[in-house]
Design a protein around this ligand. Structure first.
Ligand code: ZN
Ligand code: MN
Length: 487
């Protein structure tokens, strides 16, 4: 056991989906384009160019703030954050300082069967910088990315274990996708994490006197690896009686190892002051209320609703993990209502199917979730038959595959198929006792083995199921076999 506790806060930079950049009309879809072709005087920081804020970008930042349960500043403004770096042509970044769009939010998460709250300090809007490309002898600068809108989300240092970080990072990406604020494509740099980490003695009551920032972490698995390698690095330094250097570090590869980029002797002085070229942002409460009510149902709301239906744990988490998958479940719920299906086990059955076989089908076929099942009533019909013990599980599996492949144009066609293939369990069609006796009698040691190992009965159940082509109730078959074995 380590004698240290880990204290971590996260910063997230998110690129909202917009047509144009944050303060000019340059196309935001720069990714993959030739260097310095998506630029204009505003995003190149030329003297005299005037910024005009992007309304859609601000609206998306407000949506994220609301989805993270933040309070909203009805009066907000932009500020200049002054620092020198070659990828920042103006010599300052337009950001927000003391009046961020959102503040004091939170996310509640289930981690290892405990509810954990992560507090959100603030959500603000800013512009992205350009990109430095370091060669052997020279550094090139590409300003295509300069001036893209960025939403910055800052958490309190509430993370003390890696499971919490993992669950948080995944939920954050879900919320971003559910709200349609961004595709959150981490490979395109649309979602980047920054880890602020320090270690303290377990008994310490105050925050440690140092903090290390690791910037530009582009994937959740890398975030985990960086966390592990930093904890190890800090532990070693602290054990030798030293304090880790307060600095900014970066990653070079996917190993999680970090290297020093910039040592921070003291807190940066960015000489923030209000951006004189942009008037303050004023929002009415009505506008904010409207934005809030237009948010879709978010993962935690859905999880609560699923729990009411008796759907919890892995199955529920799998369904909410993707917006489109949760959408299919919602479609099923509606179809079931339309048909007046009242069996309370139906929705849990559908949930299991979506999280299991349908997820496999979706991956195999590459179809969109919304197009995976053309006629949801067919699946509902099959599952209702299963619940009524008229279809066994392996028939259900096969039928669902056929439904995904579009075999039946209607539920009537499905009915015809069930009848033609004699798939429906009809206990009156077979003399189960006679079948069981036939198979058991054919095996002279069966009764003796059964007395030692009752599970061996399932072998004979399998024989009956095969002979009946699945059209018998497995429970009834099992009872018949056990009766034969005891006789
Ligand atoms: Zn521009
Ligand atoms: Mn930032």
């Amino acid at each position: 056991m380590s004698k240290y506790k880990t204290i971590v806060g996260l910063e997230i930079h998110l690129q909202p989906k917009t047509k144009s950049k944050m303060f000019c009309s340059c196309n935001a879809a720069y990714f993959g384009a030739e260097g310095n072709t998506y630029v204009c005087p505003v995003c190149l920081g030329l003297p005299g160019a005037l910024p005009v804020p992007n309304k859609i970008a601000i609206e998306k930042a407000l949506q994220i703030a609301l989805a993270l349960n933040c309070k909203i500043n009805l009066e907000s403004k932009f500020d200049r954050k002054n620092y020198f770096y070659p990828d920042l042509p103006k010599g300052y970044q337009i950001s927000q300082y003391d009046q961020p769009l959102g503040y004091d939010g939170y996310i509640d998460l289930q981690v290892n069967n405990k509810v954990r709250r992560v507090r959100i300090t603030r959500v603000h809007m800013e512009e992205d910088t350009g990109k430095s490309i370091h060669g052997d002898k020279e550094t090139m600068l590409d300003y295509n990315k300069s001036g893209l809108p960025l939403i910055e989300i800052v958490t309190e240092p509430d993370f003390d274990d890696k499971d919490l970080i993992d669950v948080f990072a995944k939920r954050m990406r879900q919320i971003i996708r559910y709200t349609r604020v961004s595709d959150a494509d981490m490979e395109k740099g649309q979602l980047r994490y920054e880890l602020n980490i320090s270690l303290a003695e377990k008994t310490a009551t105050e925050l440690p006197n140092y903090k290390v920032e690791v910037k530009n972490i582009g994937s959740i698995s890398l975030l985990q690896k960086v966390l592990e390698s930093e904890v190890e690095r800090h532990t070693k330094i602290l054990n030798s009686g030293e304090t880790p250097v307060q600095e900014t570090r970066g990653t070079r590869d996917m190993s999680g190892k970090t290297y020093s980029q910039r040592v921070k002797e003291e807190a940066n002085d960015y000489r923030y002051f209000p951006e004189p070229d942009i008037p303050p942002l004023l929002f009415t409460q009505d506008y904010i209320d409207e934005l809030k009510s237009s948010l879709p149902k978010l993962p935690d709301q859905l999880l609560a609703e699923y729990a009411e239906l008796g759907i919890t744990g892995e199955v529920a988490e799998t369904i909410v993990a993707e917006y489109e998958r949760a959408g299919l479940f919602a479609d099923f719920m509606q179809t079931a209502q339309t048909f007046g299906s009242s069996d309370k086990n139906l929705m849990p059955e559908i949930a299991k199917l979506i999280a299991g076989d349908l997820t496999v089908s979706q991956e195999d076929t590459g179809k969109d979730w919304s197009e995976l099942i053309a006629d949801k009533a067919q699946v509902i019909k099959v599952l209702e038959l299963k619940l009524a013990k008229k279809l066994n599980s392996s028939s259900v599996k096969d039928l669902v595959k056929l439904i995904v492949a579009g075999k039946f144009a209607s539920t009537d066609e499905l009915d015809e198929y069930l009848a033609a293939e004699k798939l429906l369990i009809d206990d009156t069609a077979f003399d189960l006792d006679a079948m069981a006796k036939k198979f058991v009698d054919a095996d002279p040691t069966a009764r003796e083995r059964f007395s030692k190992n009752p599970n061996m009965a399932m072998f004979f159940v399998g024989q009956i199921m095969r002979e009946a082509k699945g059209a018998v109730n497995p429970q009834a078959a099992k009872e018949a076999v056990e009766k034969a074995l005891r006789s």
